[in-house]
Design a protein around this ligand. Sequence first.
Ligand SMILES: Nc1ncnc2c1ncn2[C@@H]1O[C@H](COP(=O)(O)OP(=O)(O)OP(=O)(O)O)[C@@H](O)[C@H]1O
Ligand SMILES: [Mg+2]
Length: 412
Amino acid sequence: MAKSEIIVGLDVGTTKVCAVVGEVTKNGVELSGHGISPCQGLQKGIVVDIDATVLAIEEAIEMAQQATGFQIRSVAVGITGQHIQSFNSRGSIEIERFRDITAEDVEQAKEAAQRIDIPAGREIIHSIPRAFRIDGHEGVRRPIGMTGTHLEVEMHIVTAETSFLQNLIKCVHQADLSIIPGGIILEPLATAEAVLSAEERELGVALVDIGGGTSDVALFRGGGVFHTSVIPVGGNHVTNDLAVGLRVARNEAERIKLEHGTALDEGIEELEAITVTPLGQPADETVRIPKRLIPEIVHPRMEELFELVADEIDRADATHQLPAGLVVSGGGSQLPGTLEVASRVLGMPVRLGAPLDPAAATSALSGPSFATGVGLVTYAARYARYARQREGQLLEGLFAGIGRWLRGLLSR
Ligand SMILES: Nc1ncnc2c1ncn2[C@@H]1O[C@H](COP(=O)(O)OP(=O)(O)OP(=O)(O)O)[C@@H](O)[C@H]1O
Ligand SMILES: [Mg+2]
């Protein structure tokens, strides 16, 4: 039997590393299994301990290999952190009259949009064409084959700090893995691939992935991304607030959050109490505290988080451009009351974003914490198809050019 082609998404998160394996089929990519391992090597999305990160990657990959029977040698890896910056850039070219626009013209316009000064110590990780304009006419999706004299492209450019990027790459390499072409992917872009519908992206939608250390934001309109940013607040901040506010150890605060956490006091009885172990006490030395204390501590943090999301939407001038509302994913989105707080702060419709892929939805990958891992596979598969198509178009253009040249020679 022929060997299957596989694509592996590696989500190196602040709380866990998740490796998702997808098998390439003629209809796209089918999820075939995953591995997951807790990770202590990152803070706020940034690698701070290479050995711990490598260990977690090796464990997640080993589990994914055992689950699927595939040998994993290369991956697409997600990147996040506050060092990520993004902006939109335009580039244009003039085209001779009465000639169809070719793949090469599009490449040249894209190159013009990428001719920008990137500060030292930073590098481009994505340049995504958002929209084309031909002779001032907006909204062109596929310019190849159209006629016009002025082709303009708007690109969404994402840059990362080289040292943080290199540390992540180092971890992947030290785990004996290589990175596939185009395989360094901004996490919210991958997550979007897994949880947003094409209609939402077309209409205008905001995505927030609440992880452990960061919340990643991406805004889409007209089918493409136009704003990305990373907010350095995630579910771990809620845990820390509970640890400080209730005077308990971090582990105990995490347990309390998972068992009793909520951002809202609605539905909690006046005298309802929970049992906790105070800081520095043995596990069986417990006390009872009012459950109402929990939303009192958690609510302001979640409100702050969505106010920061509102600031981002404001910064992108997108307040009235997101009719499909907000989609919230990531492990942190599972905290009860999150969606209500989001909708109160932002005044827009809000829904939970778990992977839409039917294979993910019916498997252990169904939760919102796996959206990034699943999305990395889908994003990388789409990128590979796009790269092949672009190569084909450029080659076709080259042959058409040679054909024209030959015809020109023969007709002399
Ligand atoms: N049921 C739950 N209720 C509340 N919080 C939860 C729940 N399950 C997970 N979390 C929180 O979700 C966070 C982890 O989310 P996720 O797995 O998406 O993070 P990550 O990808 O490792 O981190 P990052 O994306 O920031 O690098 C933790 O803070 C965890 O406490
Ligand atoms: Mg994450």
